[in-house]
Design a binder for this molecule. Sequence first.
Ligand SMILES: *Cc1c(COP(=O)(O)O)cnc(C)c1O
Length: 384
Amino acid sequence: MSDSQEMKYDTSILHRGADRDPYTGGLSIPIYNASTYHQKDVTGKQEFEYGRSGNPTRKALEETLAALEHGSNGYAFASGMAAITTALLAFLKAGDHLIAPRDIYGGTYRLLTKLLVNFNIAHTFVDGTDLHAVEGAILPNSKVLFLESPSNPLLRVTDIKASVALAKKHGLLTMIDNTFLSPYFLRPLDLGVDISIHSATKFLGGHSDLIAGAVMTRTPELGASIYSIQNMCGSMLGLQDSWLLLRGIKTLSARMNAQQNSAQRVAEWLRKQSWVTDVYYPGLPSHPGYQIIKEQASGFGAVISCTVDTTERALRIMRNAKLWTVAVSLGGVESIMSYPCRMSHAAIPLPEREALGITDRLIRLSVGLEDAQDLIEDLAKSAL
Ligand SMILES: *Cc1c(COP(=O)(O)O)cnc(C)c1O
């Protein structure tokens, strides 16, 4: 770990967190497969006592996660959903209420509507990009404003600073699902958000080879609340995957830049096709969130959604595509094409889904590291 404050962000990815094994100097932090540790003084406290509560491999990862997002603390979880669940349970109790965007990730939708309601934790879904609607949804028992930006799958952009100001005015805690931009393009804690959450399965891991989640906090006090639930519920990330995630993070800057450049090219190409009726990519100046995202983030990410003219066309593209893998998930080095109405957003009832624009003509594209021209040609051929 370096003390230099002048380090550029790309350098900090490799050197701001735990960059060497403190024991050997190794550039890869070893996997410490210990469930328990010898206690030298049984009446005292030591850093590592039991694997659920702490482990050197996970600690290295968690320090790296905190550094990536300029957070006071970082925590690694068994999945993005474990991270979201832990963050919500750490700050909500029976009788509380939260506000969340309507086009939220399908799994978060399920968590709020099927599980938290059983514990008398209520929610209101609003258009997160409409601050008047957000303010109108605030109740006396509201405790959390949950954001997701750009949202999944329509890439709607929320004004984060304005949302934080509104939340502060009403005494709400702010949380954001920052999976889509990754810390590389958006560091919400710098904008005043209290808790930032990731499905590290996506861009942070980057190689479609693990399921993981992350929570970063703005202050040590918020961090202590997250740690307490992580330790209580045992939702932390395992050690093999902690190591794999540390390895994936090392190439975050190279991946994000290359994938974003290709995404921009694919989005611009899609816009010109007669069979494409809408392109949702915040890097297009025609996107309604273009100005806001330019101000609050350093990039637009590598996820694009588009609506095509007919359901048949959508299905044909997915059946014919060769380079694009038809799958759920996003953020890996391989390009993935998904069908939100049948995959990630199948949990949202049909009328609500249609009203949101998540129709059976909507395809989501996660652009990987293949040559952009190859990806475009594959789309062109598949669509015909
Ligand atoms: C994938 C995803 C999640 C859930 O993460 P898992 O690692 O699959 O549990 C949450 N939010 C967003 C935006 C996602 O894309």
